[in-house]
Design a binder for this molecule. Structure first.
Ligand SMILES: [Zn+2]
Length: 65
């Protein structure tokens, strides 16, 4: 005898929003000129990138081979 409990338990109904929502600021991507929103206040004179372009401009990480 044994119960086969398959499947992960479902806890709650989808909610990973703890704490206050982040304030988003509208900005224009400096790369593709698309309108995007950033979780920080865009600084004048500093480039802002959208999600697509950000990785392209993110500081390179140390390569681990
Ligand atoms: Zn972009």
């Amino acid at each position: 005898m044994g119960y086969n409990d398959r499947g992960p338990p479902r806890g709650g109904g989808g909610g990973f929003g703890r704490g206050p929502p982040r304030e988003m600021h509208k900005a224009t991507c400096s790369d593709c000129k698309k309108e995007t929103e950033v979780p920080f206040k865009p600084t004048e004179g500093r480039p802002v990138y959208c999600r697509d372009c950000y990785p392209k401009h993110a500081p390179p990480r140390t390569n681990r081979f």
